[in-house]
Design a binder for this molecule. Structure first.
Ligand code: UD1
Length: 431
């Protein structure tokens, strides 16, 4: 099994190119089959989640060809079935986008959701309510298969009870091929909502207002071919910005949209870093020990929940007490025990992590609990004294393209190992 081995203590320095946004890619790759013409998607991040969506689409007959490293040609005209099996999508939550895309185009989708009976604890009730409002019958069948079908979809006025990225994108996809106008109220405003809307509009959809909390969609009969480049990944960029802060380094994230990073930059400034925005880059320079601060995660433009673990890791070595509150998900602190084993101090009370900053963390044997928490543990290991080994890195690879390679290019001592011999070799090399 692959693990990362890390020797901490080196301040990371240099420039790093940010890949395309994973969460935009998942929506865009699914939406790309909504036309029978060939669509070219550029800047696709080569991460495991993209791979899962691509393989799921291929499993129902879509022809998908990797034209260049991050460029894929997608032909939805060869799709023969609307039935996506559990083993195709069990690893990712975003398999729900296949429902919106297939229902919009074929007026039917049968898609297995990750975890089957876990649906209750990871609700998609607002997606289902939305599809139903558009006129679909939606049943959850044995084994967690969602079966949505309609004779026709008709535009509707939909008010989301909670701000949901997934429900907003899914309803946008289905509604753009419904008859008449759909209005989505209390819509999510994340950069990838705007990116998926721009992509659909470039294919001939009529979506207005994406990026605000009211989105208006006029249904069209057909979508057409397009070549489209995905926006840069806000969370990958934020993770490298946090890496500069936690390691006492100086990192420029390149090919980014600085506006998408404002809530992250603002926190880093509060934590004592210097942040310099360029046209398509942001440089984070550490100015010594970090200061404590408080963070509450919120839907965009608030501080992203997907950056919460990485910042908690950085605050664990800041001077003073920090309070980190999770405001989007019920529970997102499965990394705390691992951080504590590295010497971090703090208390978890409900959805709030009270952190008492320590001078230094120490290397440890760690397990990535999920994608972003896994990345946070890598950052902690990069700042810690000594060696750390991190297991379950396939979870980190779900969302970071060549994470270890990019970190090495900034001076990090990190490699992937598969056995004890590799570990010993690395230890001898880096001393
Ligand atoms: C997306 C992102 C994920 C990010 C999250 C919040 C993708 C593929 N994933 O996830 O990385 O952490 O947004 O920015 O883009 N909820 C319901 N009912 C629903 C839908 C959601 O109660 O039908 C709840 C969720 O449990 C959660 C909150 O709404 O508490 C927000 O979730 P949502 O924005 O839908 O997250 P995802 O789209 O799953």
């Amino acid at each position: 099994m692959e693990k990362y081995i890390v020797k901490g203590g080196t301040p990371l320095k240099g420039e790093v190119k940010i890949s395309g946004a994973k969460n935009a890619a998942l929506g865009i790759l699914a939406a790309a089959v909504m036309t029978d013409q060939v669509v070219t998607v550029e800047n696709v991040p080569l991460v495991r989640d993209s791979d899962v969506i691509i393989k799921a689409l291929q499993s129902v007959g879509a022809s998908i060809r990797q034209k260049e490293k991050n460029v894929f040609e997608i032909d939805g005209s060869t799709i023969k079935s609307v039935n996506i099996r559990y083993d195709q999508v069990k690893k990712i939550r975003a398999s729900y986008y296949l429902i919106g895309a297939l229902l919009g185009k074929y007026k039917e989708a049968k898609v297995a959701l990750p975890g089957g009976c876990d649906i209750g604890s990871r609700p998609i009730d607002m997606h289902i309510k939305g599809f139903t409002a558009l006129g679909a019958d939606v049943d959850i069948m044995a084994g967690g298969i969602v079966w949505a079908r309609a004779r026709k979809l008709t535009g509707a006025h939909i008010y989301f009870d909670m701000v949901s990225v997934g429900a907003t994108i899914n309803l946008m996809m289905a509604a753009c091929m419904a008859e008449g106008e759909t209005i989505l109220e209390n819509a999510a405003k994340e950069p990838h909502i705007v990116d998926v809307a721009n992509f659909l509009n470039a294919m001939g959809a009529k979506i207005k207002g994406a990026g605000t909390d009211v989105i208006r969609i006029k249904g069209v009969k057909k979508l057409h071919s397009v070549t489209y480049s995905i926006i840069p990944d806000q969370i990958e960029a934020g993770t490298f910005m946090a890496a500069a802060a936690i390691t006492g380094g100086d990192i420029t994230v390149c090919d980014v949209i600085p506006k998408h990073l404002e809530s992250i930059s603002a926190k880093l400034i509060e934590m004592g870093c210097e942040v310099i925005e360029g046209d398509d880059s942001v440089r984070v320079i550490s100015k010594g020990r970090l200061h404590s601060t408080n963070i509450k995660t919120l839907p965009y433009p608030g501080f992203p929940t997907d950056m919460q673990p990485q910042f908690a890791a950085a605050l664990s070595v800041a001077e003073g007490t920090s309070i980190v509150t999770e405001g989007v998900f019920d529970s997102r602190f499965r990394y705390v025990d691992e951080l504590v084993r590295m010497g971090a101090r703090g208390n978890l009370e409900g959805n709030t992590f009270y952190i008492e900053g320590v001078e230094k963390l120490s290397g440890a044997e760690l397990t990535a609990p999920d994608l972003r928490a896994g990345a946070a543990l890598v950052l902690a290991a990069l700042a810690a004294d000594g060696f750390s080994e991190i297991e379950d890195i396939h979870l980190i690879q779900r969302g970071y393209e060549d994470f270890d390679g990019k970190l090495r290019s900034l001076g990090a001592d990190i490699v992937i190992i598969t056995n004890e011999h590799d570990a010993q070799k690395f230890k001898l090399q880096v001393g």
